[in-house]
Write a protein that binds this ligand. Sequence first.
Ligand code: HEM
Length: 355
Amino acid sequence: MAEPQRVLEPLTAAAIFLVVTIDEGGEAAVRDLLTQHPALQKSVGFRNPDTELNLVIGIGSDAWDRLFTGTKPRELHKLPAYDGPKHTAPSTPGDLLFHIRGEDHGPCFELAKMIATSLRGYATVVEETAGFRYYDKRDLLGFVDGTANPIGDEAVQSVYICPELDPDFVGGSYVVTQKYTHPLEKWEALTIEEQERVIGRTKLSDYELPDSVKPPSSHIIMNTINDPDGVQRQIVRANMPFGTVGTAYFGTFYIAYCNTPSVIERMLERMFLGTADAPYDRILDFSVAQSGSLFFVPPIEFFGNLPAAPADVANESDPVVIPAFEPVIRANAAAEGSGPAAGSLGIGSMKGSQA
Ligand code: HEM
């Protein structure tokens, strides 16, 4: 199998979710940035070995058509919007996803800043969420989040594209992101037992509730889906809480990987449009979907050998300028009018042409 991007990493202490849209005429510069994956991550990660910095890049359907010619991943399309009897989920613009993870927020921030700075003028950041690992890996509803994720071989089979699914993109994956906000005062007005029936697990000890107690509208039931042969379909989630206490802005950044978007979309259909037994997932009474996008996650080798660009995209662009890593303090530089102002970031290029 082609070497996949490092999708199956354990939950880290920090994450930054960056979604950008490509500006008109920015395609060549974006292609240039893509060729610098995974060097970009290494340039921050190597100096911070304890951080276990990890960057996964996803590409949206419209962006794919603007950036590349040739074969497109079979199931790459825009995430549909869901309009249910009570709750809705929007489909929001997203050309590229940068899923940055690490044990320390600082290097994650540094990498996000390098990406955003180098794309300035070529792409616009439309979504930026800093997530954190809450105690016991709980979400802000207070429940442990991620327990039922598959592990080992089962995770590998669930997440990476095999030749039968798409022979041209073996080792790739699909990822869906959605930002949810939680009206916590409403949630906290429930008793613990009521909350447990919304999720389908016990709150403190994270046990799955017996079937006799779990309502059909519980989050667990809504998201347990089986193929006609009875095999359960799995996805790998890496949700992170986010929030600001002063404005009582609380939420979960939902992110899930799978070798086909159809599994995640079936789950969303059940959650928002309901099943024969329940009108919608009860978690939605306490979780409001604010964004939603779908991306293809190519294997690593893709970035070193991008498909040809469409005719109207120049194959050569001025190299994307990657900001230098350290503040460059140059005495008198500002006064002399040469180089960056004292105390500002010096500019250098990973391609070494703009030093
Ligand atoms: C507000 C956003 C969400 C929150 C706070 C949340 C929270 C949780 C929690 C606490 C669990 C139980 C523990 C676990 O197995 O991880 C869970 C399970 C799960 N969630 Fe979510 N979730 C959210 C959105 C979603 C969405 C949008 C999907 C799918 C499209 C999803 C799919 C799943 C799946 C597949 C499971 C495991 C079910 C099982 O096999 O037991 N979740 N979620």
